[in-house]
Design a binder for this molecule. Structure first.
Ligand SMILES: Cc1cc2nc3c(=O)[nH]c(=O)nc-3n(C[C@H](O)[C@H](O)[C@H](O)COP(=O)(O)O)c2cc1C
Length: 356
């Protein structure tokens, strides 16, 4: 029997199926980080997901790392997001906001000239996506202890505003080499104070941010995304198995809604290591197919399964899986394209596809 279409508890909510839409940056907000009505339509089209996790949203302007990404800092941003959550709820869906602070994976041209911040002043390899195209990353500025307290407070306030905008919960983006993973990982965190050094020190920022989010939303409306050993955006860690086991161990008893683990290319079986350490819903993602998702659920390896590009290209992904229909292919050339409908809200649903 299919497991994908059985209900599952995710924190405070019961999702009607185990298909979660992955957080995906689409770069279609205006230059003030305000989502448009296209974004309302995009998420509303995908409301049949058990849970939608929004694209990465910057909690404060210093967290912005790409052109045309949205924020949750200003009144205009909150008002625009409210339209999104209302449309998703009107179609019976649930939506969490992903809070994404890119830290050193930004550029002064995205930050009104300010230098990106990080745990340590270590320049990442690679290039930032700026209004002037791709340019080399710069050496970030090390956050002081007082500034770290401010960033944690930014996440708390962003959580409050996300709830005000009608989101059902919030996810901390602690993957993909952005600020939280910069703190977690030994290659980007060479601090010798409370927020660095040992694994206890390196994990402290993530735990403090999650605590601030949970204070605001209740732990059962907070999730966290990690991707051990994905090594994206110039991240390296000397002992990732130890780092992630410690982090997840610390979360025991918090009552968080979910742990979202995306694996790409890791040799080590992190799911086997982490799942028994976490008592909330365990979400897996990264290159899943309907079959592999079904098997993982059947074997008890996960509580829910997260789909990225398949959801991007198939607004009715659950229905397509249910009836065994073919999938639309995702068009990479329109993944990030301000602010156009093409490749955003024009992927056909089944009935429309059949009629065409
Ligand atoms: C266009 C695009 C944008 C993405 N943006 C984000 C993001 O903002 N935050 C995030 O955590 N992951 C992001 N990801 C990664 C996805 O959440 C997911 O982990 C990844 O696509 C793997 O799942 P898939 O193989 O089902 O696509 C993005 C992926 C894609 C394709």
């Amino acid at each position: 029997m299919s497991q994908l279409f059985t209900p599952v508890r995710i924190g405070r909510y019961i999702a009607p199926n185990r298909l979660v839409m992955a957080p995906m940056t689409r770069s279609r907000a205006d230059s003030d980080g305000v989502p448009s009505d296209l974004t309302v339509a995009y998420y509303a089209q995908r409301a049949s997901a058990g849970l939608i996790i929004s694209e990465g949203v910057f909690p404060s302007a210093m967290g912005k790392g790409y052109v045309h990404t949205p924020g949750i800092e200003t009144e205009a941003q909150v008002a625009a997001w409210k339209k999104v959550t209302e449309a998703v709820h009107a179609r019976g869906g649930r939506i969490f906001m992903q809070l994404m602070h890119t830290g050193r994976i930004s550029h002064p041209s995205l930050l009104d000239g300010a230098t990106p911040v990080a745990p340590s002043a270590i320049k990442p390899e690679g290039q930032a996506w700026t209004p002037a195209g791709q340019v080399d990353f710069v050496t970030p500025r090390e956050l002081s202890l007082l500034e770290i307290a401010d960033v944690i407070e930014d996440y708390r306030q962003a959580t409050r505003r996300a709830l005000e905008a009608g989101f059902d919960g919030v996810e901390l983006h602690a993957a993909s080499g952005y600020l939280p993973e910069q703190f977690l990982s030994s290659g980007s965190n060479q601090r010798q104070d409370l927020y660095g050094g040992s694994v206890e020190g390196r994990a402290r920022f993530v735990l403090d941010v999650l605590d601030a989010m949970a204070v605001e939303a209740g732990a059962d409306r907070v999730g966290i995304k990690i991707s051990p050993e994905m090594n994206y955006n110039s991240i390296t860690d000397a002992a990732p198995q130890e780092t992630y086991a410690y982090l997840v161990e610390q979360l025991r008893g918090w009552g968080l809604a979910y742990l979202h683990v995306t694996l790409f290319g890791a040799q080590f079986d992190y799911h086997a290591q982490l799942r028994p350490r976490f008592e909330g819903a365990y979400l897996i993602g990264g290159g899943l197919t309907q079959d592999s998702a079904e098997s993982a659920l059947y074997e008890g390896k996960a509580d829910a399964t997260v789909f990225g590009s398949a959801f991007l290209a198939n607004p009715d992904l659950p229905e397509r899986f249910r009836v065994g229909a073919a999938l639309n292919a995702a068009d990479r050339s329109t993944f990030f394209a301000p602010p156009t409908a093409k490749g955003y809200i024009d992927y056909p649903a089944l009935a429309a596809a059949e009629a065409a």
